[in-house]
Design a protein around this ligand. Structure first.
Ligand code: SF4
Length: 347
């Protein structure tokens, strides 16, 4: 298959600035300010492929997922499903988009209504998206098929339970089943295991991997835990302060990180080699090992946004925004860092 044809969902130059509410006199006289949460983000999600989007909290990675899910309106940039731009909220094309692009949230308890059973949640998803069959028997079969697909077996044991009667891992499986009720092509999983016990994280990630392989879903896996990205994702993208800073296949990015920020994330991550034994690590933010905090996104640093914290900072870093440079050690491995400016190295 032509590789470009395998792209399900892509974003180009995706940007989101949230206006800051001004109070008192400042509302009349002060300058208009905004939180520059996401700036110029481009990515491609491919059929049967997991792409991890990694960064510490506040890096903008969840906002990217919400923009792709059309839960936020973008400030600028383009989102394309199978090459077709998705322009507006509402109308038939938008409903078709929502059916094909489903989101899984971090907290499965908050995303399920506590007064309704698993049957209610799944039936609603099947009916909204026209997958409930033509009669009660077909609906029951569809419900059981969804529960089997997320490995909640036997289905009769779970279908009439309320969320509080399920474990965290089982609730997240119900949330995944509900997303599958739409028969999607892309899943946007926003920290899908970070609120689960360490012992059951691996099971949920293995389920998502199974769905990727059996249903050929394109999956965006949002996480702060770069060790789990190596374990679970085919490709890894790294975000810092609203911008993409590195990307490539997961093995290369995690074993040979090029951008100083990615190196920092790796240094402060749990040992990835323990993943297969202990389950997916809890992850950590890199501030402990690096010193410093992520910058304010109301007034982000000029040039490279990482320059106030970067151990390899150079003069141009504080004034010039680095574009993506080819790192040259693996197919498609790039870093937005002046260290990889071939012209400077050649001179
Ligand atoms: Fe560090 Fe400069 Fe590279 Fe930014 S561009 S990561 S400040 S070396």
């Amino acid at each position: 298959m032509n590789e470009e044809k395998a792209v399900v969902l892509e974003a180009d130059g995706l940007t989101k600035h949230f206006p800051v509410r001004r109070k008192g006199r400042a509302a009349l006289t002060g300058p208009r300010r905004s939180v520059q949460a996401v700036d110029d983000v481009s990515l491609k999600l491919r059929r049967g492929h997991v792409t991890a989007l990694v960064g510490e909290s506040g890096s903008g990675k969840s906002t990217v997922a919400r923009l792709l899910a059309q839960l936020h309106q973008r400030t600028s940039g383009d989102i394309r499903l199978h090459g077709e731009s998705v322009k507006v909220k509402g109308g038939r094309p938008f409903r078709a988009y929502v059916r094909k692009v489903q989101m899984i949230f971090q907290d499965p308890f908050a995303s399920l209504n506590p007064v309704h059973t698993v049957r209610y949640h799944l039936t609603r998803a099947l009916k909204i998206h026209g997958n409930a069959g033509n009669n009660a028997k077909e609906l029951e079969e569809a419900l059981h098929a969804l529960l089997l697909r997320v490995q909640l077996t036997p289905p009769e044991r779970y279908v009439d339970k309320f969320p509080h009667e399920l474990s965290g891992g089982q609730r997240q499986r119900v949330a995944i089943a509900r997303a599958l009720g739409a028969d999607p092509e892309a899943l946007l999983a926003d920290e899908p295991v970070s609120m689960l016990d360490v012992s059951i994280r691996l099971g949920v990630l293995n389920l998502l991997r199974d769905l990727k392989e059996r249903l050929h879903l394109a999956i965006l896996y949002i996480t702060h835990d770069i060790a789990s990205a190596r374990y679970f994702a085919d490709d890894t993208l790294v975000m810092y302060a609203g911008r993409m800073v590195e990307g490539g296949d997961s093995e290369t990015v995690t074993q040979h990180p090029a951008h100083p920020y990615t190196q920092l994330l790796i240094d402060s991550a749990p040992d990835p080699d323990r993943l297969g034994v202990d389950g997916v690590g809890s992850g950590s933010t890199p501030k402990d090992s690096a010193g410093g905090e992520p910058p304010s996104l109301i007034d982000p640093p000029t040039g490279c946004r990482f320059h106030p914290r970067c151990p390899k900072v150079m003069a141009r870093c504080s004034t010039e925004l680095p574009p993506r440079f080819d790192v040259g050690d693996g197919e498609g491995h790039w870093a937005a860092c002046w260290l990889f400016d071939g012209e400077v190295h050649a001179s």
